[in-house]
Design a protein around this ligand. Sequence first.
Ligand SMILES: *Cc1c(COP(=O)(O)O)cnc(C)c1O
Length: 796
Amino acid sequence: MPRKARTSSEFRDALLKHLTYTMGKDPEHAQFFDWRMALSHAIRDRMVDHWVASTRKTYEQDGKRVYYLSMEFLIGRLLEDGIFNLDMVEEVKEALDHFGMDMRTILNDEPDAALGNGGLGRLAACFLDSLSTIGCPAMGYGIRYENGLFKQSFVDGRQVESPETWLQEPHPWEFERPEVRFTLGFGGDVIYENGKTLWRPAELIQAEAFDTPIIGWQGKWANTLRLWAGRAVDPFDLGLFNAGDFAAAAEHEALARTISRVLYPEDSNEAGKELRLKQEFFFSAASIRDILRRFDSQHDDIRMLPKKVAIQLNDTHPAIAGPEMLRILHDERGLSFEDALEIVHGCMNYTNHTLLPEALERWDERLFGRLLPRHLQIIDRIDDAHYKAHPHRTLSARSDGQVKMGELSFIVANRVNGVSALHTDLMKKTVFRELHELHPDRIVNETNGVTPRRWLHSCNPGLSRLITDTIGEGWVDDLEQLERLEPLIGDKAWIERFETVKSDNKQALASYVAQTHGVKLNTEAMFDVQIKRMHEYKRQHLNILEAIAHWQEIKDNPNGDWTPRVKIFAGKAAQGYHFAKDIIRLINDVAKLVNADAATRDYLQVIFLPNYNVTLAERLIPAADLSEQISTAGKEASGTGNMKFALNGALTVGTLDGANVEIRERVGPENFFLFGMLADEVMQRRMIHDHAQQAINADPRLARALNALRDGTFSPEDPGRYTHIADNLTWSDYFLVCSDFSDYWRAQREVDEAYRNPEKWAEMAALNVARSGWFSSDRTIRGYMCDIWGAESLLA
Ligand SMILES: *Cc1c(COP(=O)(O)O)cnc(C)c1O
């Protein structure tokens, strides 16, 4: 194979060269950090070769380019990803061995780039990987946050946040592009001059580009992630400095930098925060200018734009890109408003990620108009044009004193997509019902996916090896080949190898947990895992309530024949989301009591691992037996965690929500533990005013578990600590924890029963792997290319 043409001693030399000349170190005195940087640079060199070739080909072919605008890219570590995508694991190991270094130790030294909150940001990262693997000419645009998502630790069981500082050490993956800078404005006035309308912003700021190469599988193609950083137009006031006012002298710089300083740590939308709106405009406007500049460098007819450019808005955060592009085409370039709108409409597409009407982004029009006065006018003209085309309909992006980003995105976009079949269907019936009636062809579905490179090949090397030994390597970029495993599932020897992989992964996780947290996990027990952002709709409290009830039942009969379980949780709560933080504390308090209980601890352990991020997910998922996907039906748009688990051979206990529906269809209902109300039953149930009390009265186990929250069982030093959680569940329970409890309990006992038959369990788990190929983000991206973008792969 050509990609192995270079010899390992060549790579060894490259590594040594970077250690010496890039890091300025002698191998005798180099630290882990130096080795990691040298290795990263050596790997980066290989990436750059492919990157330059891909860029050249993109210009030559002049095909349609895809631009993915996302406020978040939860990319995680890049070194391991690069080594795996370049298929250089053996070469790297050999070279490091030669110098007496351990690859794993060096890979673990890299900080996790947490430029996102959760699913939405991780989706964007998986998409970048797939776009490069497929060879679709594309670019991701986002913000280079200096501080990513906060770090989480626990003090007395409570979440404590500290800043994430991934850029404190030199970041070897990015290329600063000081020549790519755009000056952007905020505020000011709209003036009318010679029949033209012009925006004169009051405050100016520069956006500077930083590029990261994104290499696809086997290095056949590489695209770019371009992140914008805030810079002062006029960085330093020497006059003030000389006059002795040092703080004021640097003020410009500090203000400009705040724009790319922090990621808003909110999983749903943060209403009314001026800085947030500034961030949205900042990266959207810089990206639009960059896109137009690139187009202009090759074309002179702006009407060609929709043929050459497809822009995807990842949720409404970059929705302002539409009005900004319109403003440039109309105000600055003199196109008629109608022509400009048609061009913009031809380029823009919008992905919706939430059905919660309260989570759809809206801005107070006074705040909006103060920062973006011209854009407010343009939005009104978009509304007028829409109204003219569809009279008698008052569907507008601006109404009731608010700018509605969801409606704006829908009206401007050529295609609007949901992220799972159920979600897309509900979108048509709820949030966008009327707009869908007007534009019945606009909404399409593209069920989410995950990249098999990171979420199987590199995070689960044992399973990856078994699969490759069985069916060859082709599955890595053609995941539906996993189907070919199915005939082997009846083969005793094969299924034993499959079981050994899982058991090794559990051992590895257990030793990591023992080392880092001093807790010894029972690896004979079922590993039952719920890892995701903390949110009431995701119902971590349903899980812990069931654990409490189960613990109570074991205590009643400690000599019973129980199926041992280890319940593992991880996830961050937004700083201001007190209820979610209290659930974290409750889980930690339950863990403390239950893990110390000699009567039950052989059967039940509970642990909450701090600081959930991509790296921790990569450790946990391969070791999971059971995947908890238990959101209130109708609330989880898709989920992608659910896919990662199924692909790694965990069985799901879950509701019919988001992509769980499609997972269950594909893996087979007999290989999925279903429980709970359906989305329409949820809506019905809410009509019953005492639904929670009815459920509690009907289930003594639930009543008893809630009592344990009230009587201070888990917080004897502060008995009232969890009363409010019990009260919330009893008197309001919007997310229907109580109403789904009994059925969840039933499903969990079925899970217990199934786990007692290890061969059967392993077969079911292996069927989950074999039938999860459809959940590759390669399939999702092909869907976007075909249904939404009209883009083509440039790989032969
Ligand atoms: C996959 C992933 C998510 C999304 O998980 P869901 O269970 O779909 O909410 C969030 N955070 C990280 C770090 C992930 O890897």
